[in-house]
Design a binder for this molecule. Structure first.
Ligand SMILES: Cc1cc2nc3c(=O)[nH]c(=O)nc-3n(C[C@H](O)[C@H](O)[C@H](O)COP(=O)(O)O)c2cc1C
Length: 170
């Protein structure tokens, strides 16, 4: 697909078939994630790739308060504070990991998969319960859970949300 087509086609998908996501596609998603930009190229990210049925159930129960979607794959994108910039620059991990997340969503769409970003950070209770559920370390901060799979039923329509009112030409 052309990039422009993917940008407009990417929509949050919350219903998935039972069909597994192939190893090759998972690999593609992770390559897309790590192609993203990051401040000073620190790449302060870790990715928990979850395909185990029991763990997926735990993730649905305990991680993102508004992310309870049944999918054959979930990726938890974590900021790694040991790899992040120092001191007051460390928060750039949020932007770095958000860019990685968007790359996953776009590549998923490009591959004919569906996905939805479900927020974890900055809700402290969700960060704590997600970390515990997936066994992440104290220096890993879960940003989100991305539920991914083959869309079941109609995918939301592509749309262009361009709004001239948001543009300030100076
Ligand atoms: C930071 C962030 C957190 C989000 N958290 C959730 C969530 O917890 N549950 C959910 O169903 N969707 C979540 N979404 C998806 C948004 O609801 C969705 O992107 C938005 O409604 C626009 O729809 P679209 O993705 O189809 O363009 C989140 C998106 C972002 C960027």
């Amino acid at each position: 697909m052309e990039l422009k087509e993917v940008l407009l086609k990417r929509r949050s998908v919350r219903k998935f078939t039972d069909e597994k996501v192939s190893k090759e596609d998972i690999n593609e998603l992770l390559h897309a994630a790590m192609s993203g930009p990051s401040a000073v190229n620190k790449k302060p990210w870790d990715f928990y790739v979850i395909t185990d049925e029991k763990m997926l159930e735990e993730v649905r129960k305990h991680c993102a308060p508004f992310g309870k979607f049944k999918s054959p794959l979930a990726i938890v994108v974590c900021g790694n504070l040991l790899k992040a910039l120092p001191l007051n620059l460390s928060s750039y991990w949020v932007q770095d990991c958000s860019a990685a997340t968007e790359n996953i969503l776009l590549r998923a769409c490009d591959l004919g998969l569906g996905a939805v970003w479900c927020g974890v950070y900055p809700v402290k209770a969700s960060v704590k319960s997600t970390r515990k559920t997936i066994g992440a370390k104290a220096h890993q901060v879960p940003l989100n859970v991305i539920f991914i799979g083959h869309p079941d039923g109609d995918i939301p329509e592509p749309r262009d949300q361009y709004d001239e009112k948001c543009i300030h030409r100076i």
